[in-house]
Write a protein that binds this ligand. Structure first.
Ligand code: ZN
Ligand code: ZN
Length: 310
């Protein structure tokens, strides 16, 4: 009798409990919350999503491999990368992720999903690194078949579905960058939306209804500075300022919002957050590199320093 009970318990712990724990749970880490501007505290744009036993990486901005390393996640563990658009700040460390992952034992090609032009970009990267790939193959015996970038020029819609994780690409408004995508990730009842770079976008609002976690870009400049700087005004036009973001939050009402691709000019973080909190019932905070958000029935937030990452 006891033996049967123990066997049942073991079966539960091995098979059912993990499913119960992971069925409704996504871990999101902001690897980089910066923009093209060099900033050691804000790496280039990159978001890591863990769900269904998979790592999904969204954008590969400056410093992504170092940030992964801080989490003790080898670059070789990343097998899928989703690019929001082909601005250099979102792709400038794709080569590092790809080649470093290969040197440190990635056993399969790296799959890259992105807008039109992604295939061409990755083909040219492979040409540029062909010399090094050949050297390392000859000298260190690394498998050349694993040194491949498998690129997918995507269209809007579901572009990835595996282990219960679904990734949907939707168009955002970052003109003249066109197409530019945002992504929605669904896993069980949980959902995360990544805005990518965009100004106010009706299409984002349509795809982000009732989302648990909204990861949205922000651009805020002091009126005095903006008023006399035409170049800055052009940059603002394809990003989202606090007034526009307030509208977005009002129309989506995500459970939690975290800001990334942080561009603040002459404005304090706290005053942006105060402005955005006005009228918003969810929780909102400024993103920081390596902040972790566990999206389950609750959303638990853990800044890097206070966390012991396994
Ligand atoms: Zn950008
Ligand atoms: Zn951009």
């Amino acid at each position: 009798m006891y033996r049967v009970l123990i066997q049942l318990l073991i079966t539960y712990l091995l098979l059912i409990a993990p499913v119960a724990v992971f069925a409704d749970y996504m871990r999101v880490t902001l690897l980089g919350t910066g923009s093209p501007r060099p900033d050691v505290s804000r790496s280039g744009p990159a978001v890591l999503v863990e769900a269904g036993g998979k790592y999904l990486l969204f954008d590969a901005g400056r410093g992504v491999v170092d940030r992964l390393n801080q989490l003790d996640i080898p670059a070789s563990e990343i097998h899928q990368v989703f690019l929001t658009h082909l601005h250099s700040d979102h792709i400038s460390a794709l080569d590092d992720l790809w080649m470093t992952g290969w040197i440190y034992q990635r056993q399969q090609p790296l799959a890259v999903y992105g807008p039109d032009g992604t295939e061409s970009f990755t083909q040219q990267l492979q040409q540029a690194y062909a010399y090094d790939a050949e050297l390392r193959h000859q000298y260190a015996g690394l498998d050349k078949n694993a040194a491949i970038l498998t690129a997918h020029d995507i269209k809007p819609g579901v572009i990835y579905a595996e282990n219960g994780v679904k990734v949907t690409a939707f168009l955002v408004d970052h003109k003249p960058v066109d197409p530019a995508y945002g992504y929605r990730i669904d896993f069980g009842e949980r959902s995360v939306v990544i805005s990518g770079d965009t100004t106010y976008s009706d299409n984002l609002i349509a795809h982000a209804q009732d989302v648990d976690l909204l990861i949205h870009e922000i651009f805020a400049a002091k009126e005095k500075i903006l008023g006399k700087n035409p170049r800055l005004q052009k940059i603002e036009r394809y990003h989202t300022n606090p007034t526009q973001l307030s509208r977005v939050l009002d129309e989506i009402t995500p459970r939690m919002t975290i800001l990334t691709h942080v561009i603040l000019i002459g404005i304090e973080e706290s005053s942006v957050i105060t402005q955005l909190k006005d009228g918003y019932t969810g929780e909102i905070r400024m993103g920081e590199d390596l902040i972790r958000l566990d999206v389950g029935s609750e959303i638990k937030v853990a800044p890097f320093k206070e966390t012991t990452h396994q």
